[in-house]
Design a protein around this ligand. Sequence first.
Ligand code: SF4
Length: 362
Amino acid sequence: MKVTFPHLGNAYISIEAFLQGLGHEPITPPLGTKRTLEWGSRHSPEETCLPFKTILGNMLEGLELGADSVYMIGGWGPCRLGYYAEIQRIIIEDLGKHVEFITLEVPQGNYRLAWERLRRVFGPTSARKLIQGCRLSWAKLKVLEDVEALSLHVRPREKGPGSTSRFLHTQFQQLREVQTMSSIQQLKAQTEQGLRDLVDPRLSPEIIRVGLIGEIYTVMEPFVNLGVEERLGNLGVEVVRTISLRQWIEEHVFKNALGLYTQRSLRCSASGYLRGFVGGHGLESIAHSVDSAQRDLAGIIHIFPLSCMPEIIAQGILPQVSADKNIPILSLVVDEHAGETGFQTRLEAFVDLLQRRMRICH
Ligand code: SF4
């Protein structure tokens, strides 16, 4: 099968390795652009959230490149994600495209249906190739996230403007190509050293650190968050991610399938503000904001798409967290009309506020 899939940051590098292990040909759509969003928005119900529209745009661009199948994740719970794949399938069919649509989700009782899906997913591959593909995919995801975390530390301290992003881009294209575990580890060591070499030792060690919380897709996909991590890094701010795709897969796929996943630590952190699961990452947003306030961070940026119900609930609670924990929190809402200039101005004003607070405290 020629399989296309939606983007989520640089995760496409890991997804490509996974699909190759399954014996499929990955058709990676182009990274998100204005065209992606316009195409997706044109065929989406108006009231759906930005991830739906952007993901649909990715799928249409992947199909344009020759894909005959689409992989999409599903879900259970109060957020709308659970029925997105089905609506996107219907929209694509209405556009006259006949494709195989495979939704990956943790089964909730209907194990026969889940097994039927898995049989289609596993395609024409041997057990050896499958295991190798899964190992490569997981190792690449781990490298991606470790290196990205280091780049968030380096960018506000870099010697030349843009050098971190340029270096990272080159290294990630190499990571896409490597096919053995040893070469992945070699590339990781080389990339981490290269990133450390970009640090300007003359810069002041006092760098503002800001936690990034919110809806997972918006936090992780630079096209929809208008490159918030890079913008903050260029303003001299170190971003601390609170969300990891690897952790999400471990908890929501593996532990959940084995009945081992619990939200106890999240509920514990959020206690006094939110009692339980409200869908999406609403509970995480509250728990992570409380944890961030205890981690010596100067501020928190909360980012989510317009009309995202779980994050609207979180947004209503965050002012209380901010007041109780004495930490500034900026909520940023994005949709297809978000303008870069206004977005940048709000970030600059927030960073300015944090810098003033830091000067007063020292
Ligand atoms: S969490 Fe929010 S943005 Fe994400 S799919 Fe659900 S409603 Fe949409």
